[in-house]
Design a protein around this ligand. Sequence first.
Ligand code: RFL
Ligand code: PHB
Length: 391
Amino acid sequence: MRTQVGIVGAGPAGLLLSHLLHLAGIGSVIVESRSRAHVEARIRAGVLEQGTVDTLVESGLGERLAREGLVHRGIHLSFGGARHAIDFEQLTGHSVTIYGQHEVVKDLLDARTRAGADIVFEVEETSVYDLDSERPVIRYRKDGQDQEIVCDFIAGCDGYHGVCRPSIPPGVLRIFERTYTFAWLGILADAPATSDELVYANHERGFALYSMRSPELTRLYLQCRADEDIADWPDERIWDELHRRLETDAGWRVAEGPILQRGITPLRSVVVEPMRYGRLYLAGDAAHIVPPTGAKGLNLAVADVRVLAKALASFYRAGRTALLDAYSATCLERTWRVQRFSWWMTAMLHRFDASTEFDRQIQLAELSYVTSSRAAARSLAENYVGLPLSV
Ligand code: RFL
Ligand code: PHB
């Protein structure tokens, strides 16, 4: 098989890239190791920045998003027994939209399928070759047969555990990494939302987050140890912790309901530099991971893909390589700012193993500053709603 851009991974990064390339008249083929049903059902991120919403709307994917997305004008920070509102609208003029990552993926898959896209699901043994040549190659097995796609470019959109990044020869990449001793236990519950905005709680028992997917479905998270077994968390224990950590405001209650999905996700901060080797371009989680506290993983993947699609369009339209050459530096500048914000939110809100009473007081002072100074609140707000796409 022959294509212009071979894409590894049908997550939000790979699907959006394929869609934007199609709109620019550029052909692509996506290979994906999981089934379509699996990819569509994977519950992950939920907060879309304005720039992400704009990208989806401008590329014709805004219809269901406009109908079902929940526009949130701010968040609450809960600490020291009280809740404090941070009003993004008032502080920045912007808001965020709650719309599940799997809904974005469904919309992208529908649009790509309608346009007759080439997406090969359930491939095995994906590998990439000849990355520093003008004809890089993707190989995989499908239904027991070896297949090969000869490409002009390969986009590595295969997430943190994918094969593209590890295919770059040793010594090329610098890896910057921070690991945490804690994880998030996340649940999706068939319970009505009782808060109209998200609640991020710093509690002495650990962090908790109140979020939602629709007025009828809540998405809740609890800080737990990274090595914990989900089997040790029966429903009762999960609800008990959520009530204790979140219900600091008199009168506000977290509604309970059947738990539809549950899982434990370790927290990590990772950046690899550069995000390119030869004709392989890494985008999204394949190049960087942020802890979810800033709600940035998906938004950062969308920002990378916008830059890459524009650079490839400039190459095919005018034969220019300047934007492709600048791809890594352009994306990394934003990535580091987003890493900083995600790390800062994580540090302010979680309970750290080695933290002393001094550290705890500093966290509370930080929270009290952020919720009482307009300048500090504005800094949080402008990062949360999303830095301008040019950064
Ligand atoms: P994805 O979504 O991981 O998609 C990568 C795709 O590549 C496929 N793949 C392969 N295909 C072919 N051959 C191979 N060898 C392959 N190896 C992998 C995978 O099956 C998959 O379909 O990466 P992408 O597109 O860069 O998108 C990034 C976002 O998914 C990610 O940043 C966020 O979801 C991160 N994240 C969260 N972010 C938030 O802002 N809020 C959250 O609540 C949140 N929860 C999460 C998350 C990430 C998680 N992961 C990665 C474990 C919860 C989880 C469980
Ligand atoms: C979510 O709704 O899944 C969510 C919201 C905010 C975050 C992380 C996850 O910071």
